[in-house]
Design a protein around this ligand. Structure first.
Ligand SMILES: [Zn+2]
Ligand SMILES: [Zn+2]
Length: 130
């Protein structure tokens, strides 16, 4: 069974369907659904933990020890971020060593910095000029 099918079973379980009905709707073998439902009984009152995929609306199964997932699959995640490019947080942090004082510093969005501060820049220029 693939994750998509499992998600579908869970969703139908939440809707109160029995395994026979779920098998009918999903087209999966009854025995497979039955086995799955037995091994993964729908915990009562757990519905609040469920998230629906931001893109396709499918129920996303959460791993309680992991960061909450917002999408049912990688393809949904990619498709959603592609459709909302402005909301992608770009990690444009670059780490440099200041050419003047030798300290390590981070620059956001500019890969061409040489100095940690303006002061260092002027200091360096002043040294060079001598
Ligand atoms: Zn999805
Ligand atoms: Zn510096």
């Amino acid at each position: 069974m693939v994750q998509d099918e499992i998600n579908e079973i869970i969703q139908l379980q939440r809707c109160g369907y029995g395994y026979k009905k779920i098998a009918q709707i999903t087209g999966l073998p009854v025995n497979g659904v039955k086995t799955y439902c037995r091994r993964h009984p729908l915990a009562q009152g757990k519905a609040a933990d469920a998230t629906v995929c931001k893109r396709c609306g499918k129920v996303v199964t959460q791993n309680p020890h992991r960061k909450q997932k917002l999408f049912c699959s990688d393809s949904c995640r990619m498709a959603w971020w592609n459709a909302h490019p402005g909301r992608v947080k770009r990690k444009a942090y670059y780490t440099f060593t200041c050419a003047s004082c030798g300290r390590a510093f981070e620059s956001y969005g500019n890969p061409n910095r040489k100095f940690c501060s303006r002061a260092c820049y002027y200091q360096y220029r002043a040294k060079e000029a001598r």
